[in-house]
Design a protein around this ligand. Structure first.
Ligand SMILES: Nc1nc2c(ncn2[C@@H]2O[C@H](COP(=O)(O)OP(=O)(O)OP(=O)(O)O)[C@@H](O)[C@H]2O)c(=O)[nH]1
Length: 312
């Protein structure tokens, strides 16, 4: 594929993930025209449009406040308004754009990956492993979701495909003991990063909490700094449910950063802005497909333009 074709398919895909958000926003911003300042009624309409587009009440209120003071030298028109909205969305997103970096010393850097089943957790672990391999880091995986044999098997398939070592245990085995073995193996063999899959059953919050707490305790015993990262994987097609999941996983596992997947489909990506405004957690990357190199850096300016419909 030519570089041009590759880049156009990439922007098409990300446009897909934010389409529901941006179409709804465009529908509601379209009619707003006027003199050099926005009226209160227009500001109300913009705020409503932002909320309807999944950006959440807090981000919407913040953008309204900022636009209230804005001057539009040539009068308000659709394009100017979209550009102003894009700039305000970018201002919310820029502080949270933060790639996951391997910096822990001593090694390994332990990255716990959490999220509900089906969110794209396993695929994201494989994509992260690939990304770190490309940066010449030694990677190891740990199959800490022992609830389903399929979950262990799926991770193993990825490990084999990528040629990275993996520590697994039997179905129903103790995740903490797998993680213990994995940290020891990673330390002994000089691995740079250990990426740990974890269970994602929210049906029994108490059990999940106990399981993740035990994994954390065991990790802490081996290395007081571990886990260095606790990355929550969110499925963008879940819209506002993503916010509830952040809330729950913050409580059960202490989240340090987010990766949003499935931003290539019919997602409601606007929820990323709501999450950024409400929680301020780093957004490490976004998933835009099922293939191994479909994990992309989170580009706040591009995402803001796509949401506001500046790119069309
Ligand atoms: N379109 C698209 N599909 C994705 C993306 N990430 C993951 N998927 C797909 O989503 C489905 C679920 O992904 P998994 O990685 O198995 O999810 P999981 O959270 O580990 O789920 P369990 O294996 O059930 O615990 C799979 O079919 C993946 O191929 C993405 O960024 N875009």
């Amino acid at each position: 594929m030519s570089a041009e074709a590759a880049s156009s398919s990439w922007s098409d895909r990300i446009l897909g993930g934010f389409r529901k958000t941006s179409e709804r926003l465009a529908e509601n911003l379209g009619g707003i025209v006027g003199s050099s300042r926005l009226s209160d009624a227009q500001l109300d309409d913009i705020e409503d449009a932002l909320i309807l587009s999944d950006l959440g009440p807090r981000a919407a209120a913040r953008i309204r406040e900022r636009l209230k003071g804005a001057r539009f030298e040539n009068g308000v028109d659709e394009q100017g308004l979209k550009e102003a909205v894009a700039e305000e969305i970018a201002a919310i997103l820029r502080p949270v754009a933060k790639p996951l970096e391997i910096v822990a010393f001593p090694r390994p850097q332990v990255i716990l990956v959490i999220g509900v089943n089906g969110s794209g957790k396993t695929t994201t672990i494989a994509k992260l492993a690939h990304l770190f391999q490309e940066q010449d880091y030694g990677v190891m995986l740990a199959a800490g979701d022992t609830f389903r044999a399929a979950a262990i098997g799926q991770l193993k398939v990825w490990a084999d495909r990528l040629g990275v070592p993996i520590v697994t245990g039997p179905e129903g085995g103790d995740p903490a003991s797998i993680v213990f073995d994995a940290v020891k193996a990673a330390t002994d063999t000089g691995i740079d990063t250990l990426i740990v899959d974890t269970a994602g059953r929210l049906q029994n919050k108490r059990e999940l909490m106990d399981e993740l707490a035990k994994v954390r305790r065991v990790l802490g015993r081996l290395n007081p700094e571990a886990p260095h990262d606790v990355v929550l994987v969110l499925d963008a097609t879940n819209g506002q449910n993503a916010l509830q999941q952040i809330e729950i996983f913050k409580e059960v596992a202490g989240v340090t950063g987010l990766i949003m997947t499935k931003l290539d489909g019919t997602a409601r990506g606007g929820v990323l802005v709501a999450a950024a405004e409400q929680y301020g957690l780093p957004i490490h990357a976004i998933g835009v497909g099922e293939k191994i190199d479909d994990l992309r850096p989170f580009d706040p300016d591009l995402v803001a333009k796509v949401i506001a419909g500046v790119f069309r």
